[in-house]
Ligand binder design. Sequence first.
Ligand code: FES
Length: 129
Amino acid sequence: MTDDIVYSAIIDEHYQEPRNFGKIENPDEHIMETNPTCGDTIAMYVRIGEGRIKEIKYVAKGCSISVASASILSENVEGKPIENVLGMTKEDILGNLGLKLGPAREKCALLSYDALIKMIKDFKSRNPQ
Ligand code: FES
């Protein structure tokens, strides 16, 4: 069994049973992000308190990589300080998937990350320390 097969199984598992899928009523921030190359979308919602991601949910309409990446991201950031989340790199996100992706598929994998970073920056600009 190769690593690719293992990681493909992880993507498939998150795609079949995405974690934290859904909406948050009255979130602190929400955003709709579109992948310009395919038109697929993700709506993302967060509740932020004491400088941490208290809750994160999303509704993704996209390919298996975009949904799985959002699912893995949501698990990884829930409870984390927002400054730590801002310190995450695109390479961290792509590394979680464990697959070498081409540029088009990287956009799929980074859709949720881009949405989350924009929301945190918006939150910080509205709530300066
Ligand atoms: Fe549209 Fe992947 S093909 S998000």
